[in-house]
Ligand binder design. Sequence first.
Ligand code: HAM
Length: 419
Amino acid sequence: MAINRPRGTNDFLPEDTAKWQAVEELLRGMCRSYGFQEIRTPIFEDTDLFCRGVGATTDIVTKEMYTFEDHGGRSVTLRPENTASACRAFLENKLYGLVQPTKLYYIGPMFRYEKPQAGRFRQFHQFGLEIFGTSAPAADAEIIAFAWDLYQRLGIQGLVLKLNSVGCPKCRAAYRKALQDYFHPHLETLCGSCRDRFERNPLRILDCKSEICQGIGADAPKIQDYLCEDCAGHFEKVQNLLHAAEIPFVIDPHMVRGLDYYTKTAFEIQAGAIGAQSAVCGGGRYDGLIQEIGGDPTPGVGFALGIERIFAALQAQGDDIEVSQDLNVYILVAGGVEASAAAFRLADQLRRAELSVEMDYADKSFKAQMKAANRLGAAMAVIIGDDEVKSGCATVKDMESGEQCSLPFTEIKQYILER
Ligand code: HAM
């Protein structure tokens, strides 16, 4: 029986990977402008990192992690996200000893055992940014501005930026109490998960997808009424900076993110057109996370986006990433062993000059080779036959204009490079 790929994973074929590379190049170029440098952390980590980092009561930790014991009896987990790993690497490699803030980016696969559906996979790919070592509201705004800028450059339409402040441990205690008081009379009506959340993390009830819980939650107290002076001031400054950069947003006082580490700013960008899994990216500030995993108190802020969802959003509006994979040169061989050797030598020289070159390996007919050159979109064709080898010249043809000339082998590279 044939073996298929695991549920919730994808094969990316050459026509896909060319587009992925184009998006990755765009992201890397933007990171250069915004001053972020790449970090690559292991695909698996000590399970404890995510339990402590992401939060023991989150869906990710309770239901979605790929956790296993290795041959040495250690519990390891395929990373479900990269923020906790980036914090660990920041501490372990003492990056705090460098000039602060530290601005990092990452691109790579993440793993969550979720129910696969459109836009939701078990192996998916995130690009993310993290800024460590500054509590300035400008860092929050910069992260959001980066995300907004990216989707503008990609031409994704109909996006909504939702912004909230989830406060800090100080102000959240009072808000938690207010939510429990509010939800208590409805406890029997809430869904099973929310009854669980009531004690452990009542803020998460606001994020429940069940219509009944959403209905009950609609009139729940709003965190803005409970923010301490510091959190309220921070939230206002972030909003002012977004206004200054003309980035439109809506305040969603009930938006709480699915990870426990957020403090103050939380945001998501949603694309209505891509269905239920509408969050194209999400992030926020996490001033307690580095301390939570064993470091000195260090503020942090960041976001991550799902790369698959970029493509879903483009597809939903009938767009795609344009990539050009056209070939510079196709070499046609119309002769014997010597012509083949001359063609091979020329292909080698042209490739070393960074031209893209293809040639026939299968002794195809001249007509079939011309067809291949057209199919591959070759800009130039070089024709090498026995006569050409004897005369030391080859025919060089511009495939678009049809113009052709005979050139000595030694001049072909320069001629093509100049074209
Ligand atoms: P997150 O909201 O869990 O945040 O994920 C960020 C983005 O990853 C989502 O908005 C979505 O686009 C994509 N994503 C998440 N799960 C899946 C999935 N199963 N299939 C496809 N795409 C998915 C985080 O991961 C935080 N670490 C973000 C962050 C960075 N906060 C601060 N710094």
